[in-house]
Design a protein around this ligand. Structure first.
Ligand SMILES: *[C@@H]1O[C@H](CO)[C@@H](O)[C@H](O)[C@H]1NC(C)=O
Length: 333
């Protein structure tokens, strides 16, 4: 909603942004201080050893940005980058056979990886080079696979890679949530492999970026953009509601007895609970650890992907971790 309010304000629309919360970003906010986070989940006061509570910024929906991905392009295009500082995430890992391994994504890493045996490494390297060298406009680079018709599975089979390799390729490089992608045309996975490699090439240690003070910086940045272009912001309106006309069409929004009329409302599902249908769910947990995650070394920030087959589940899992000194390390705009 914040991103759209920013974009619409820039393109000359009149935007009123109303929020029941006293912070921007709804479920995508980063909560600070720690007392507020504990309060949100009705957990009483945080234990004293987690001092200083004001230093905590906890994402409700943690995610990393792909350095070369669409969101970063949007940030650059709108100039919202001027309100944010980013850091490169230091590690990208995948879980296999009870251990955590670095995700290999170039030829050198493929050959050095602890993930695969000697022959498998060579097969994976060939597959990787094939995917990276594909030019969608030049059939000669496809090497016999019709990238728009043949499936990802067919491409894996052509190179003879085993299931452990397809596990980390699909989940930790292409970032698919489950194995349904295998029956899609190969081109989708190829684009994702290229995105990962190009993003990795940009900053080095991982393809991911993260805002210095948490993901909640993103909605805030776009809200600022909206305000600069004439958008009006009203936070902390717990009674905010959508107003409908007699035909059931949206007519405006209201709070404290005042109605603002409008032609369109964009909202998160919490504001229209009787008009939305639940189609799935995601389980999230926030863990405060006393120690680094084993095998991630002294990385200040890392992502670990657990492919579904490695733990006999129907969906994969991702873990995002930060060390307490994350904010003290160098950043860039
Ligand atoms: C995948 O890896 C596990 C443990 O690392 C190994 O036991 C298994 O044989 C491997 N599977 C294949 C198909 O190579």
């Amino acid at each position: 909603e914040c991103i759209l309010s920013g974009l619409m304000s820039v393109s000359g629309k009149k935007v009123l942004h109303m929020d029941r919360n006293n912070y921007y970003g709804g479920d995508s906010a980063s909560i600070t201080p720690l007392n507020d986070l504990f309060g949100m989940f009705k957990m009483g006061d945080p234990p004293a050893y987690l001092e200083k509570f004001r230093d905590w910024n906890v994402d409700l929906i943690p995610k990393f940005l792909m350095a070369n991905g669409a969101l970063v392009k949007l940030l650059l295009f709108t100039g919202v980058t001027r309100y944010l500082e980013f850091k490169s995430v230091e590690g990208s890992y995948v879980y296999k056979g009870g251990k955590i391994h670095k995700v290999p994504c170039n030829e050198k890493e493929a050959l050095a990886s602890s993930l695969m045996g000697m022959f498998e490494k060579r097969r994976f390297r060939k597959f990787l080079i094939w995917a990276q060298n594909i030019d969608e406009n030049n059939r000669a680079t496809w090497e016999g696979i019709d990238i728009h018709k043949d499936t990802v599975k067919a491409a894996y089979e052509k190179f003879g890679v085993d299931q452990n390799t397809t596990d980390f390729t699909g989940h930790a490089i292409c970032l698919y949530l489950n194995d349904g992608y295998m029956s899609s045309p190969a081109i989708e996975a190829i684009r994702r492999i290229k995105l990962y490699s190009e993003s990795l090439a940009r900053y080095g240690s991982s393809p991911y970026l993260y805002p210095m003070y948490g993901l909640g910086e993103l909605p805030q940045g776009f809200a600022r953009l909206s305000a600069v272009y004439g958008g009006t912001y009203m936070l902390n309106k717990p009674d905010a509601e959508i107003v409908f006309d007699e035909t059931g069409a949206v007519a405006g929004v209201q709070s404290e007895g005042q109605v603002a009329k409008c032609k369109a409302v964009i909202c998160d599902p919490n504001y229209a609970t009787d008009r939305v249908r639940k189609v799935g769910s995601v389980i999230r947990a926030i863990c405060i650890l006393r120690h680094p995650i084993p095998d991630t070394g002294d990385k200040l920030s890392a992502q670990i992907i657990i492919p579904q087959n490695q733990v006999n589940r129907k969906n994969g899992m991702s873990i995002i971790s930060f060390k307490s000194s994350f904010q003290e390390s160098a950043c860039f705009s």
